[in-house]
Every structure is written in C-alpha cells, then in structure tokens.
Design a protein around this ligand. Structure first.
Ligand code: NAP
Ligand code: MG
Length: 403
C-alpha cells in the first residue's frame, strides 16, 4: 500500500441523521480513511446537536462552506411534531438545507448517477440531465384571494414616496379567484450565475425556458436577465469550453428534452423545476442514484445525496437488521467534494482518487452486484444483492485493485 493521499486544505463535513449517519461513518472508515489523510472541519448537524445549539451549528457549518469553498453534507431530519416527541426537542428547528441555501444564496442542482444496467425510462437519454430549480418566489410566495362576487381586481404598486401604479387585472362578473406573485432581479441574477457556473464546472450546455410569449413582462424579465448575465459574465468561458446557452419556450423545452440525449443543465423557474425535476428523477429510476449539489453565485459548492435519512431502514437497523440501503449517492457526495477540493488546490492525486472511487462503485453495480433498491430496475437481473456493509466492503476491494 502506497502512502496516503495528502490534502492541502480541509472541506466542511456536515454529519446528519439516522441511516445516512450510520452509512456516513462506514464510508469514511472503509473507503476514505485507509487511502486519504482526510482533512475536514466537522460539524454535527444531527437533530439533537442542532436543537442543543439552537441551530448555531448549522449557521457555523454554512460559514465554513463559505470560507473553505467546499462542503459535504449527510442527510438530516427536518423536524416536525413527531420528531419533537421522538428526540425530546426544545423547539421545532427549521430545515438545515433551507438555512444553508439562504446563507449561501445558492441553487440546488440534481444530477443522476448513471450505470449501464439501470437504464432511464426515456431510452434516448444517454447522458445525465442536471436539473436546476430557482427556489425563490413565484407561486411559492404568492398572495391569493377568493372573491365571492362581482367587482374589480387590481394590481397596485406603491413606491417609497407613496406614488401608486395601478392596472386592472379583471372586471369580475361573478365569484372567482385572484393571485399576486413576484420575483426579484437580484434573485433571478443569482440563479442565472449559479446555473452558468455549475454548467461550466460540469462541462455541459445550459437550457433555460419560460413562457415569455404570454407573460411578456414577468417571464420576459427572466429571459432578459439570463441573457444579460450570460453575455456579460459567461459567454467567453462558454465559447472557450465549447458550450452553449439555449433559450426556448417551456413547452418546446419539454418536447425537446424527451428527444434529447441529455448531457445538459436544464434551468427551470420555480414551478417548472418542482414539476419537471420529479419527472426527470423518476424517469432515472431511483433517488438513491441521484446527487444534489448546492452552488453559490460566487462558486462555493456543497455536495449531498438527493435522498433523505432513510428513516424506515434506520428503524430496522436499530432492531439489528443489516439493511440493504444504497450508499451510492452518499459516496458520490464525498467524491464530488474531494474532487472539487483537489481541483481548487491543484492536488491531482485527490481528484484521481475520487474518480477511481466512483469508477469502483459503478463498476461493481455494472458487474451485477448491488443493493436491494436496484433489484427491480436492473437489466440484466442482478447477480448478487448485498447489505450496505458487504456492498461497501466489495467497493473497497475493487478500489484497491484500481489504485
Ligand atoms: P427518504 O429518506 O429519501 O426515504 C424514502 C424512501 O425511499 C425510503 O423509505 C426507501 O424506500 C427509499 N430510499 C431513499 N433512499 C434510499 C437509499 N439510499 N437506499 C435505498 N432506498 C432508499 O425520505 P423520507 O423517508 O421521506 O424522509 C426521511 C427523513 O429525511 C425525514 O425526516 C426528512 O425530513 C429527511 N429528508 C432530508 C433530506 C436532506 O437532508 N437532504 C431530504 C429529504 C428528506 P423503502 O423504504 O421502500 O426501501
Ligand atoms: Mg416537487
């Protein structure tokens, strides 16, 4: 065995809850610590620790990602009434992902992990489709009203000096519904920057779509700002990398995506992203084969699995069962963070290690050896279904052959 790979700078490590916390420790012990002199700043984002610190630990971990530039996060419980009771909490704590996303002003991108023997339902998709959803405003921060009878519905804006601008929405002849929505230039611009930045990082072209033929001012603003940010900040880098920015109407984008071979980043407005990312995820087979990356407009990265803490498996684990929980997305969270660290620090052997660990993991699945969740999806049928611990051991064996 050669000597361990050295890291120049640490990454922020955000531990989490339940089954993913259990697997987190196994992945570190079997797949990372034997090979790397692992440098992390550790933050325990387990529910109890967040509650004890009144969420200070979550804010500290976000600060660490901003300072170090790279973070890796385990799945965490978002508390609710049942969890208050279960963990004897002082208070309901807000979603840590929500806090970190707000602190970094970031966008979450979901990217499927493809293997040859688990094919997407859409057969022409040869390469991953990365989904980016604008997570601010629109119908998610709306103001809506039921009106019981005839009347005039108006849109009124009052500026800081008290000047009003009015437009009639509808002279209503009977009962109905009305709603007001908004978005901010600043948020749209941040979203555009996150998308272009991550696309450059992943070396994929960007698609963006709205309904600006109908919504000329509102959706038109999205189109205009995306084009402005692209032209002034990213065009040159995209050209250098041989990548493109493509704008079209949302219905055209949906039609085209079904016939594309993938390998793009699809930037979506909030509602489109909510709907289309679930479609793309489900067509790709399984949440356990999907990574999630939070990217800030100034290029800070946090890697995690797209799935949650796999609570149901955890309760079986607590009863003594060695569950067949899929660790692939968690492993890819680590390899994503380590490769990014290596890239930023100029440590090629760290990047190389991350790629080899990914290759060993996917290679094992392509050999027909996998966890139970992939059983129904794999074609040809799997040779062996393993529990998580045995599966990770076999990855380690394969990795040792690679190194
Ligand atoms: P989940 O943890 O994603 O699991 C839902 C179901 O999906 C599991 O019961 C399991 O199905 C399957 N599954 C997910 N990941 C899997 C894996 N790696 N291997 C095998 N099967 C997998 O969602 P949840 O049960 O709704 O949420 C549990 C907790 O996670 C909640 O407290 C929620 O707040 C939290 N959560 C956190 C994040 C995050 O931190 N990013 C995201 C989502 C949810 P079967 O039971 O049928 O095998
Ligand atoms: Mg949804």
């Amino acid at each position: 065995m050669n000597k361990k790979i050295q890291m120049k700078n640490p990454i922020a490590e955000l531990d989490g809850d339940e089954m993913t916390r259990v697997l987190w420790a196994v992945i570190k012990e079997k797949l990372l610590l034997p090979f790397i002199d692992l440098k992390t700043e550790y933050y325990d984002l387990g529910l109890k620790s967040r509650d004890d610190s009144n969420d200070e630990i979550t804010y500290k971990s976000a600060e660490a990602i901003k300072r170090l530039g790279v973070g890796v996060k385990c799945a965490t419980i978002t508390s609710n009434a049942a969890r208050m009771e279960e963990y004897k909490l002082k208070q309901l704590t807000p979603s840590p992902n929500g806090i970190i996303r707000a602190e970094l002003d970031g966008t979450v991108f979901r990217k499927p992990i493809n293997v040859k023997n688990v094919k997407p339902a859409v057969t022409c998709w040869k390469k991953p489709i990365i989904m980016g959803r604008h997570a601010y405003g629109d119908v998610y921060k709306n103001c809506e009203m039921y009106v019981p009878g005839p009347g005039k519905a108006e849109l009124v804006f009052t500026d800081e000096n008290g000047n009003e601008t009015r437009k009639t929405i509808m002279q209503m002849k009977g009962p109905g519904v009305i709603q007001g929505i908004h978005n901010l230039d600043k948020s749209i611009e941040s979203f555009a920057r996150c998308c272009f930045r991550y696309a450059l990082d992943e070396k994929v072209s960007v698609w963006f779509a709205t309904k600006d033929t109908i919504s000329k001012t509102y959706d038109g603003r999205f189109k205009e700002l995306f084009q402005k940010i692209f032209d002034t900040e990213f065009k040159a880098d995209f050209e250098k990398a041989g990548l493109t920015y493509f704008y079209t109407l949302i219905d055209d984008a949906v039609a085209r995506i079904m016939k594309s071979e993938g390998g793009i980043l699809w930037a979506c407005k909030n509602y489109d992203g909510d709907v289309m990312s679930d479609m793309v995820a489900s067509a790709n087979g399984s949440l356990s084969m999907m990574t999630s990356v939070l990217v800030s407009p100034d290029g800070k990265f946090e890697y995690e699995a797209a799935h949650g803490t796999v609570q149901r498996h955890y309760y079986r684990y607590l009863k003594g069962e060695k569950t067949s929980t899929n660790p692939v997305a968690l492993i890819f969270a680590w390899t994503g963070a380590l490769a990014k660290r290596g890239e930023l620090d100029g440590t090629a052997d760290l990047v190389d290690f991350a790629r080899k660990l990914e290759k060993a993991t996917l290679g094992l699945i392509e050999d027909g050896i996998m966890t139970g969740d992939l059983k129904a999806l794999a074609n040809p049928a799997p040779k062996e279904i393993l529990n998580s611990w045995d599966f990770i051991d076999r990855i380690a064996e394969k990795l040792n052959q690679e190194l």
